[in-house]
Design a protein around this ligand. Sequence first.
Ligand code: NAD
Ligand code: TYD
Length: 355
Amino acid sequence: MILVTGGAGFIGANFVLDWLAQGDEPVLNLDKLTYAGNRENLASLDGDARHTFVHGDIGDSALVADLLARHQPRAVINFAAESHVDRSIHGPEAFIQTNVVGTLRLLEAVRAYWGGLNADAQAAFRFLHVSTDEVYGSLAPTDPAFTEDHVFEPNSPYSASKAASDHLVRAWHHTYGLPVLTTNCSNNYGPYHFPEKLIPLMIVNALAGKPLPIYGDGQQVRDWLYVKDHCSAIRRVLEAGRVGETYNVGGWNEKPNLDIVHTVCGLLDELRPRADGQSYSGQITYVKDRPGHDRRYAIDARKLERELGWKPAETFDTGIRKTVQWYLANPEWVAHVQSGAYRDWVQTQYAGASA
Ligand code: NAD
Ligand code: TYD
């Protein structure tokens, strides 16, 4: 079996659902259920004996040691993190606690467990750390895309905490021999994406008749990957990645934020036209820029393609259409995640933010 951490969040839940759709190897899912963790993402697994959910913290060393000893996983896949850049600007402490201290404690618990395995099990074991392209910093418009050799230049508290965790994972391999793998992926989008991030926020705000807040000039570039393609890349790296290596994951889909929002509006105009016949793009509003806002990310995923034969299945056009359709088909999921705490966040982040 495998241990997945953070498997009630956006990417982790997609990963668990896809994993169990493709095979029968059981999943032990450890998640703290922060505001971003949602049991409803896993509702289709209720009663499925292949999935065991544990509510807990990766930083709880005793709990993790006990889970490892009792369940004997052959791999740990670490998705658990605080993941939203804007929240890291308002409150960096939680990012250091989970992304740095939590990863340290998880690594230490896993190292102790791994050290007690027999030689064959040790050799077969993997610790796969899920990370981000944001550790590499920001690119100028004509710079080549990030390769795995790019220097780490994190600019936000979020990316700094992820960079720190990547360094810990690397060190646990070099110093202790723990068989680790790291993936650094570009921006994901797709089902179960919490509506504090750009794409789902734009969909839910558009449908609610609210402003679509564009930070600064909207010309910041992100490299978008459909979440299920990220999940297939992780499965492939887990299966065949070279121990100690890092693999960049991306789909060669660089787009400025404003283009993304116009695309979302165009799809909504087609699939759920506004009652007044006007385009949703009329709701676009420019707001104050994010402090330290990275201008451009772009991933060079050729190593993963060359060594492991991975390629994304979706284009941006197919993936974004599926995403918008998913949000239109799941209004209850959206309503349930828009709790009081969610409304407090929106108020904190956007009240008085006009440009
Ligand atoms: P998310 O915020 O949607 O989910 C994070 C999950 O981790 C939640 O279920 C939360 O409850 C859980 N969690 C938080 N702290 C925990 C702790 N201390 N112990 C156990 N569980 C904890 O994030 P996501 O977008 O699904 O991202 C998952 C991982 O992928 C993160 O490590 C993130 O850095 C990385 N990543 C994300 C993207 C992206 O575009 N979203 C891109 C590249 C990499
Ligand atoms: P986000 O989804 O927060 O991902 P990240 O910051 O990790 O790339 O943001 C994606 C881009 O969209 C980023 O350049 C910031 C921008 N953005 C807005 O313009 N308005 C918003 O309300 C949000 C949440 C993001």
